[in-house]
Ligand binder design. Structure first.
Ligand code: UT7
Length: 332
C-alpha cells in the first residue's frame, strides 16, 4: 500500500528504564501473591520503578536523546515531538513540551497523544502521515509511562503487572520500498469500563473521597481484557498484513505489546509464528503500556534480531478499548 508522497520509516531508536528493580519476591511482602502465580499467569519476574524525583518526561528525555544519537541527528533537526502516554507529568502542558525544552529541540512542535497501550502505534501512524505528505522531515515519537504513580499497591490483581519506562523512535523519510508498508488502527469505546482510571478528569475531579476510594489508580477487569487481547492481537496483525499485501509467512519479526506472555504466545500461535521470531522482555519490565513496544523494538534492533530488509510487525492493544498494528520493512 503506497502511502503519500514520501516513504517513512524508523531511522533510530532508544530506550530508558529506571534503575530501581521490584521483584515478585518484593511484591510478596506487600500483597497476598507469590512469585509462582505471577510467573505462571503473566510471565513477569520483575519490573522497573521510577525514583520519586523522576517523572514521565525524565524517562522520555533519556530515551529521546539515545534515539537521536542512533539516528545521527541533533535535537535541532526535529520538527515534531509526539509522546504517547497515559501518565503525563501533569494535565497540561503536554509532556512533549517538557521534553522539547529538556532536549532543546527549538525547531520542534510538540504534543501528547493518548491511546493507552496502543499509543505508540497510534503515534507512529500519526508521524507517518506528516512525513508522507512532506509536511515534516524528522519526528521524534516516544512512548513513556510512570505507571507506578497510578498503580493501586494494595490490589494484587493489578499491582503485579505494571512497570515504568520509555522508548523512542525517530521517524523520517527513507528509501522507497522501505519503512512503513501499512498501519491498522481501531477503537471500541463500549469497552471503556473494562480498563480505566476513574478520577482526576472532568467526569470525577479529585476529592478526598476519590482518593479514599482509590479512583485515581488503574482499574482492570483482567479476564475481559484478556479475552479481547487474545482475539485482537492476531486480527490486528492480519489486517496490517492484508493492507501491506503480505501473507502471515512474510513476517520476519513480531514486536507485540508486552501485557502477558500467554497473550503473546497465543498471538504467535494464531499467526503461525515460532516464538524465535517474537520479541518479549515482559519478564524484565512487566507491562509499560505505551512504552512497551518502543522499548521492545529498541532492544530487538540493538541485539541484532532485526536486520535490513526484514518485515517487522508491531502490534498492540489497550484501554479504550484500542488496538493498532504496523508493518515496516527495516532499512538500516
Ligand atoms: O496492557 C493493558 C491490558 N492488560 C492486559 O492485557 C491484562 C489482561 N489480563 C491478564 O493478563 C490476566 O487476566 C491477569 C494476569 C490480569 C489475571 O490472570 P487470570 O489468569 O485471568 O486470573 P483471574 O483474574 O481469573 O484470577 C484467578 C485467581 C483469582 O482467585 P480466585 O477468585 O480464583 O480464588 C484471583 O483472585 O487468581 C487470583 N489472583 C491472584 N493470585 C495471586 C489474581 N491476582 C493474583 C495475584 N497473586 N497477583
Amino acid at each position: 500500500m503506497a502511502i503519500g508522497l514520501y516513504s517513512a520509516g524508523i531511522i533510530g531508536t532508544g530506550s530508558y528504564l529506571p534503575e530501581k528493580v521490584i521483584t515478585n519476591k518484593d511484591l510478596e511482602q506487600i500483597v497476598d501473591t507469590s512469585n509462582e502465580w505471577i510467573v505462571k499467569r503473566t510471565g513477569i519476574r520483575e519490573r522497573r520503578i521510577a525514583e520519586d524525583c523522576q517523572a514521565t518526561s525524565d524517562l522520555a528525555t533519556n530515551a529521546a536523546l539515545l534515539a537521536l544519537e542512533d539516528a545521527e541527528l541533533t535535537a535541532k533537526d526535529i520538527d515534531l515531538i509526539l509522546i504517547a502516554t497515559s501518565t503525563p507529568d501533569m494535565p497540561f502542558p503536554s509532556t512533549a513540551c517538557i521534553v522539547q525544552h529538556n532536549i532543546k529541540a527549538e525547531n520542534s512542535a510538540a504534543f501528547d497523544l493518548e491511546a493507552a497501550c496502543s499509543g505508540f502505534i497510534y503515534a507512529l501512524n500519526t508521524a507517518h502521515q506528516y512525513i508522507a505528505t512532506g509536511f515534516y522531515k524528522n519526528i521524534l515519537v516516544i512512548g513513556a509511562e510512570c505507571l507506578s504513580r497510578i498503580t493501586n499497591w494494595k490490589d494484587r490483581r493489578t499491582c503485579v503487572l505494571f512497570g515504568d519506562g520509555a522508548g523512542a523512535a525517530v521517524v523520517s523519510r527513507v528509501k522507497n520500498g522501505y519503512g512503513f508498508l501499512s498501519h491498522y488502527l481501531g477503537a471500541d469505546g463500549s469497552g471503556a469500563a473494562a480498563l480505566n482510571v476513574k478520577a482526576g478528569g472532568s467526569r470525577m475531579p479529585a476529592t478526598l473521597e476519590t482518593i479514599e476510594q482509590n479512583y485515581h489508580t488503574i482499574y482492570m477487569d483482567g479476564s475481559e481484557v484478556f479475552k479481547f487481547a487474545v482475539r485482537i492481537m492476531s486480527t490486528a496483525a492480519e489486517e496490517a498484513l492484508r493492507l501491506a499485501g503480505l501473507e502471515k509467512e512474510s513476517i520476519d519479526y513480531l514486536i507485540p505489546h508486552q501485557a502477558n506472555i500467554r497473550i503473546i504466545e497465543n498471538a504467535a500461535k494464531r499467526l503461525n509464528l515460532s516464538m524465535a521470531k517474537v520479541f518479549f522482555n515482559i519478564d524484565k519490565y512487566g507491562n509499560m503500556s505505551a512504552a512497551s513496544i518502543p522499548v521492545a523494538l529498541d532492544e530487538a534492533v540493538k541485539s541484532g534480531k532485526i536486520k535490513k530488509g526484514d518485515n517487522v510487525c508491531l502490534v498492540g492493544f489497550g484501554a479504550g478499548l484500542t488496538w493498532g498494528s504496523s508493518i515496516l520493512k527495516w532499512h538500516k
